[in-house]
Design a protein around this ligand. Structure first.
Ligand SMILES: [Zn+2]
Length: 67
């Protein structure tokens, strides 16, 4: 009955891992995998998730109110 649970699940996705290399092509161009904590449904997304490694490269966001 897991399909029934997924059918009514609102899905709360948590990041699982990013996709690199050849696996990007195998997954059709997806860059990250997310799993629902409620029903276990796995979703692939186009965006590479920032798991901390990329933090600091782009620098801080500009503060608002300076225009
Ligand atoms: Zn779900």
């Amino acid at each position: 009955m897991n399909w029934l649970r997924r059918l009514f699940c609102a899905h709360r996705y948590e990041w699982m891992r990013n996709i690199y290399g050849d696996e990007i092509n195998l997954s059709g161009g997806k860059r990250s995998l997310w799993g629902c904590t409620e029903c276990g449904k796995v979703q692939a997304r186009d965006d590479l998730h920032d798991d901390g490694d990329l933090r600091g490269i782009a620098g801080p966001l500009p503060e608002r109110g300076w225009d």
